[in-house]
Design a protein around this ligand. Structure first.
Ligand SMILES: [Zn+2]
Length: 432
């Protein structure tokens, strides 16, 4: 007997080979499977990793800017608390900011249109790291979080602004006021312009189509290029039916600034022709049928229709001789200017602040407001001029002018005038 026949050995070899193959396959599969599990575990554990989590938050956080600003302008009815309540911060932080504001003397009372700017730090638990509160056009208080992060330090700062001289001109289209507003001239300047020309021009009747004006005045500009205030008018010219009415600002003494025409004559007259701005002459001096009484009667004054509440100015310097009820004239004010002239203002809704019998008033000062008191069909000012005890037509008065520059003052004025004319040419050149 052959113990190991070659055939048997062959059979055994194949069998052995198959077993080895099977084991190898099993081993490879099991290694792969365990790798799979390990990978899954790795991914799961990675997602649980707080470090990665943190990184993701950092990444998304960094997509938003770290610092943002919140601006708020106070409205009527607001309190410091209601202003702060607009912020998305904790109660404790709100309280801290409120206390900081109230500790500042200048901020005890909240004004309407007061501007607040809060700087918010998105990465910090206590969000507000800085805030500013306006205390005027040119000042603000800035509060900055102290290093210890516990309280705010305050500092009053003057906002950066520059004075700029501007030139504007236009053809008057419709009303002077509208044309000026369209040019971006601020209301203060328009009112001053109207007041200065009020001595010689009736804005309702004297302005025709194609009339024009030029003006040079000062503006204060802040770092945001916003006009924060206006200064003085330096020059103006009103061209009416091809006639120029120029005025130059001139300082002829310490603290004495006035406006003069090109001949050195003050544009101020003893009395103003129109003691009200933006009004329409609705009834002139003369005979007319009285709108309430019905019969023809002498109208001894000039009526200017204007909305209730429009300010009425003293047409000249003088002393108030009456501020009270005048029957048909309603609430009225009477002013004695000098031995020759007196003026009367009737139908007022109310008197100006401090206006009562015996008080001295300056030309242009507000003495009352348009109304419809007494015998009146609608809000208007009834204006009378009394010359030597007799009522006269205010619109036809030849009024003596104010100061006329002479001698040394005149010479200095001529130099000041040339300087302004040069300034004007330069400003016009820079427009083109
Ligand atoms: Zn009248």
């Amino acid at each position: 007997m052959k113990f190991f026949s070659s055939d048997k050995l062959k059979e055994f070899g194949i069998f052995f080979f198959l077993i080895i193959i099977t084991i190898l396959v099993l081993v490879v599969f099991s290694i792969q499977a365990s790798n799979k599990n390990q990978n899954l575990e790795k991914i799961n554990s990675s997602l649980d990793n707080t470090y990665l989590k943190k990184t993701l938050i950092e990444i998304t956080k960094n997509l938003k800017p770290r610092f943002i600003y919140f601006e708020y302008t106070s409205k009527s009815g607001d309190t410091h608390q209601s202003v702060i309540d607009n912020l998305k911060i904790t109660k404790e932080e709100k309280k801290e900011i409120l206390n900081t504001i109230l500790k500042e003397k200048k901020l005890k009372t909240l004004n309407v249109n007061q501007k607040f700017i809060f700087k918010i730090d998105n990465l910090s638990k206590e969000k507000i790291i800085e805030f500013r509160v306006e205390t005027g056009k040119k000042n603000e208080i800035i509060f900055t979080k102290a290093f210890d992060g516990k309280k705010f330090n305050s500092k009053i700062i003057t906002k950066n602004f520059i004075k700029k001289v501007v030139y504007k001109e236009t053809v008057i289209d419709g009303s002077l006021y509208k044309s000026a507003i369209d040019l971006g001239i601020s209301a203060n300047i328009i009112l001053e312009f109207a007041r200065l020309y009020g001595f010689q021009i009736d804005f309702q009747r004297d302005i025709w189509k194609n009339d024009s004006f030029q003006i040079i005045y000062e503006e204060f500009i802040n770092e945001n290029k916003e006009v924060i205030d206006t200064g003085e008018i330096i020059f103006a010219n009103l061209n009416l039916q091809d006639k120029d009415y120029q005025l130059y600002k001139y300082q002829y003494d310490e603290n004495k600034i006035d406006y003069f025409d090109e001949n050195g004559k003050s544009i101020k007259k003893t009395l103003m022709k129109t003691p009200i701005n933006g009004a329409r002459l609705s009834s002139s001096y003369g005979k007319r049928k009285h709108p309430i009484l019905g019969y023809t009667k002498m109208h001894t004054g000039t009526d200017f229709a204007a909305p209730t509440g429009t300010p009425i100015m003293a047409s000249g310097d003088g002393k108030v001789t009456k501020a009270g009820w005048c029957g048909g004239g309603g609430n009225c004010v009477k002013i004695k200017h000098n031995r020759k002239y007196q003026t009367v203002y009737a139908h007022m809704s109310k008197f100006g602040r401090g206006i009562k019998k015996g008080v001295r008033v300056r030309q242009g000062q507000i003495i009352g407001y348009v109304g419809s008191t007494g015998l009146s069909t609608g809000p208007h000012l009834h204006y009378e001029v009394i010359e030597n005890g007799k009522k006269v037509n205010s619109q036809k008065l030849r009024l003596p002018s104010g100061k006329i520059l002479k001698g040394k003052e005149r010479k200095e004025f001529e130099i000041a005038k040339i300087k302004i004319d040069v300034l004007k040419s330069n400003l016009i050149l820079s427009l083109n």
